[in-house]
Design a protein. Structure first.
Length: 341
């Protein structure tokens, strides 16, 4: 049986990346032997018969040598906005895989402009040496082509989380609002308090969804008068997705909060802290996206969504089906590729 090794931002306590890995396990788990480069703080995959390799040790060498095919399994991992350390790590994984003669693919990836010219050169060199790159938005494809990556290697695809099915019924009568905020340079989160004050007067229930443990630090910046009316939902909460599905409206910074909104048919307002969020909204032709905490803009969008709520919900559900169809076709294409070994 063919052995696939997945690498990405796994085992770091980020729900979005854990969902990406869950998607891969769901699709490939019964067909191939699977391994994953992960932080050992996450032991969930062992219970599913997935072979783990600790990503920050010599296990990386063992994992690559064990594999027949090495796969970058989703996310925006080739970035240097936070630091170059993570970027160099994933470039090293590509280098090691090619050194050992492995076939390398990237699935469901997004790419934002790199800040370092040296990093751009490294990315171009290594991406031109791997087999194929499935990107999740047209912005990423255009950027890679502009960077000098061969166009024939790039496939416009969709996010891997669209491979998942969630067993939750849509709650048409809900009056709950979901919020997802994350730390990012330049944002003053105290500015969100006046927006909350207005929304609390309009809606019944509020949930603050933490997609990563440090998101909870943002929750602590909410004024105490409002915090008492907003329930914090942590990424380890077993009812996380159930609470999410009960939302009537969502305001989100995290990309996968927007993606889950589409999957569950929840009209949302995206706060684009990074190009990948805006790129996703552009891909589905969704206009409710902003780049700051503009109270007037957010409240205007809330009112606009409410005026034609069912239309926007149905629109997102139709987009969900088209994105599911696309990613499933691309997974079949990927499987045809690797089975030629």
């Amino acid at each position: 049986m063919l052995k696939l090794l997945f690498f990405g931002y796994y085992g770091e306590g980020n729900l979005g990346d854990d969902l990406l890995l869950k998607s891969l396990i769901t699709v490939f788990g019964d067909k191939y032997n699977l391994g994953v480069l992960t932080n050992r703080s996450d032991r969930k995959q062992q219970q599913k018969g997935i072979r783990e390799f600790y990503k920050f040790s010599t296990d990386v060498f063992k994992g690559v040598r064990w594999a027949d095919v090495v796969v970058g399994g989703g996310g925006g991992i080739f970035q240097d906005k936070t630091s170059s350390r993570s970027f160099y790590y994933y470039i090293f994984v590509l280098f090691l895989s090619l050194l050992f003669g492995k076939r390398v693919y990237l699935l469901g990836q997004s790419f934002s402009p790199l800040e370092s010219k040296i990093n751009e050169v490294l990315l171009r060199v290594f991406l031109n040496r791997i087999e194929k790159i499935y990107v999740r938005d047209s912005f990423s494809k255009e950027y890679l082509v502009k960077l000098g990556v061969k166009p024939e290697k790039i496939v416009l695809s969709a996010d891997l989380v669209f491979l998942l099915d969630f067993p939750f019924e849509l709650k048409n009568n809900s009056r709950a609002v979901g919020i997802s905020l994350r730390e990012w340079r330049g944002f003053k989160f105290e500015e969100f308090n006046p927006i909350l004050e207005n929304l609390i007067q309009k809606y019944g229930e509020f949930y603050f969804f933490s997609f990563q443990d440090k998101d909870s630090q943002i929750y602590e910046l909410i004024e105490n008068d409002f915090k008492s009316k907003i329930r914090l939902i942590n990424p380890t909460d077993l009812e996380f997705l159930s609470y999410f599905s009960s939302c009537r409206l969502f305001i989100g910074m995290r990309l996968h909060s927007c993606i889950l909104s589409v999957l569950l048919g929840i009209p949302f307002i995206a706060i684009s802290y990074d190009e990948k969020v805006e790129a996703f909204c552009y891909e589905i032709d969704w206009k409710f996206v902003i780049k700051d905490f503009s109270q007037d803009k957010i409240l205007c969008y809330v009112n606009e969504i409410e005026e034609d709520y069912q239309y926007y919900r149905n629109y997102l559900l139709s987009k969900r089906e088209s994105l599911r169809k696309k990613i499933r076709e691309d997974i079949l294409d990927f499987e045809r590729e690797i089975c030629r070994l």
